[in-house]
Design a binder for this molecule. Structure first.
Ligand SMILES: [Zn+2]
Length: 149
């Protein structure tokens, strides 16, 4: 996982876009993505991948609450609640990673296409801003593919 960030880098930082322009680009990127059912499907299934862990966390925590309400096995109740909390934190961590992967694979290509369509030629592979004089290959990552139109 090269260039891992905790939040997707939507465009080249050297490109100073106004909030209004960024909103327009994301609106365009969303519409482009919605026209591509494969991308929507990919985004969805990657995003929901960690959800069974949430179900497990809630089940375990509920078990802990039931034991606690029963009032007899306090140590067991604490163990269940602690395990539930641990699973919940693991879920939140994995959910964020899944969201990031979904954004990268399902959404970022459309942001790059939207940027290119608005006159900011952008490498579809890495998001580097391509100059008008750049050769067909991206100087940053060497990819030969310019953003889709
Ligand atoms: Zn590139």
């Amino acid at each position: 996982m090269a260039n891992w960030n905790w939040w997707p880098q939507f465009h080249d930082p050297s490109l100073r876009l106004s909030w209004r322009e960024q909103t327009a680009i994301h609106w365009d990127a969303n519409l482009r993505m919605l026209r591509d059912w494969r991308a929507c499907w990919r985004f969805t299934w990657i995003s929901v991948l960690p959800v069974p862990l949430l179900a497990a966390a809630l089940t375990v925590a509920t078990q802990g609450l039931q034991v606690a309400i029963g009032g007899t096995y306090t140590a067991h109740a604490n163990a269940w609640l602690f395990l539930g909390l641990l699973l919940l934190l693991t879920y939140l961590f994995l959910q964020h990673i899944a969201f990031m992967v979904a954004m990268r694979r399902g959404y970022l290509p459309f942001v790059r296409a939207a940027l290119s369509a608005r006159g900011y030629p952008t490498c579809a592979a890495c998001g580097h801003l391509l100059g008008p004089s750049d050769p067909q290959a991206c100087p940053e990552c060497g990819s030969g593919h310019r953003a889709l139109r």
